[in-house]
Design a protein around this ligand. Structure first.
Ligand code: ADE
Length: 223
């Protein structure tokens, strides 16, 4: 996976880049590149945003600045670019991110995330440059960076080699292995703590019974 993130705050991804599953995915050949529109703006004073037409609070990321940043990085008109790779604009008004969409993105060889800031993007960025508009929830963040990190985190952990144990993303919440249901409850030592006992079935070592118990608990959580 070649993941590019267009952001005015590339340093905000430093922590993300150091997370073990991201380190593993990068070591296995994936890439994570940040592109800062401020480095490519055609405007003076490294300007990237402007006041909204019609009035209103805050600043809006300019379409000409995003155009210049994408052209500079990909050497292709971004209108054409979105036919070649998924260009995802993060916006509270977008399609809600779920496990199915994460899997779709994880299966793509290349992905570009566009982070809005301040009051968001000039709508022409979304209309003409993005192939997808994605929201991580019906609330407004102060920028797209955290949303991009959520999406990138969920995508990276699905890549081969990202997680230490090969099976650990297969039978987790919302996976096909669990019929799209949330994960069953997990317990570890001690088997009893302050009188709270781990269910006996998990201590018995009867694998078919354990599987049945886990499916039932997952189904209960889904309802
Ligand atoms: N940018 C601001 N809020 C957002 C959200 N909830 N999802 C995606 N991008 C956002």
């Amino acid at each position: 996976m070649n993941l590019d993130i267009v952001t005015l705050f590339p340093e905000s991804f430093d922590w993300f880049r150091s997370q073990r599953h991201v380190v593993n995915a990068l070591a296995a050949g994936s890439t994570l590149t940040t592109i800062n529109p401020r480095d490519h703006t055609p405007l003076s004073g490294r300007q990237v945003d402007d006041a909204p037409f019609g009035g209103g609070a805050g600043m809006v990321l300019r379409v000409d600045v995003m155009d210049a940043a994408l052209q500079a990085h990909y050497s292709v008109d971004p209108v054409e670019l979105r036919r070649r790779r998924r260009i995802v604009a993060l916006s509270p008004a977008g399609r809600l991110l779920d496990e199915a969409l994460v899997s779709e993105f994880a299966g793509a060889p290349e992905l570009t995330l566009l982070c809005g800031r301040y009051e968001g993007f000039d709508e022409r960025i979304v209309e003409h440059f993005a192939s997808d508009v994605v929201s991580i929830g019906r609330y407004v963040l102060s920028g797209g960076e955290l949303a991009a990190m959520v999406l990138a985190d969920a995508v990276f952990r699905k890549l081969p080699g990202a997680l230490g144990h090969a099976d650990s993303s297969i039978e987790e919440s919302y996976s096909d292995a669990l019929d799209g249901q949330p994960e069953y409850p997990q317990y570890t030592r001690p088997a009893e703590y302050r009188g709270w006992r781990v269910p006996d079935v998990l201590l018995g070592g009867h694998h078919a019974e354990i599987r049945r118990w886990r499916r039932e608990r997952a189904r209960e959580r889904a309802t």
